[in-house]
Design a protein around this ligand. Sequence first.
Ligand code: ZN
Length: 307
Amino acid sequence: MFIGIDIGGTNIKGVLTNKGGEIFSSASIPTGKTADDIENGIVSLIDVMTDSKSLPKRSIKALGIGAAGAVDCKKGVIITSPNIRAWENYPLANRIERRVGIRVFLENDATVAVIGEWWMGQGRKYRNWIMLTLGTGVGGGAVIDNKLYTGQSGSSMEFGHMTIDYKGRKCKCGNIGCLEQYASASAIVNSARIALKKDRTSSIHKKIESDEARKGDTLAVKLVEEMSYFLGIGVANLVNIFNPEAVILGGGLSRDHRIIIPVVRRVVNERALPGLKDNVKYLAIKNEDKAPALGAAKIAMDSLQHF
Ligand SMILES: [Zn+2]
């Protein structure tokens, strides 16, 4: 048995699975604010899932963790993370290993989502595809000729920091006009705040979330459409570069795919090159809730074989 953990901006999610990708147990807990909160959350998720199947910890062969930020996978160290300031050169894998006595492997959160979707989701149907994870930030990954592209340091495909407006909004990374500033959950929240000053009738006065878009709030739908337009510009760049068979959207915002995908498709058709934009499928991740944690477990399985 293996456990996969996905540390998101809002929740930490876990799955207990086997080599066939069957899910025997899953659990989720709010992420919390400090490094200690997160570590305690991970440990209690492991307890909840093993207890639910009356499994001793030693029956778990390895544990995979996906975390946002720059990650040194070989050392199991988080170099920096946008969410947790205390995570600087933070040996998360080692610390969890010591607490639970299970071998731990660490990966970037977008990579675990790609691996999960590749293993048990839509990605298995294609040899060349890209994924964009739309959450608090924007991440991504590319499978090229059936191989995950990693770059020289293992942290490539930062799609969120591709410039889409050279005179645009300032990004936390130091660049200007990054896609993430326009096509993430935080970008929608920012736009909502600005728009709400003008519109007093919207239901998001009570609750700023893209959930409102699915309920049909006009302003919320407008904001998601606006973010989809910017996303489309980014995806048009990626389609020109990768000529993928499929573009798969993951992350929390992908739940709004019914609004997002038609806009993205239209913008790509307006902007990308003929021949490269043809026959591209636009899809949402199959199981947004579990795919990243499953991917983390898969990474643990595969890494264990190299030790
Ligand atoms: Zn940036």
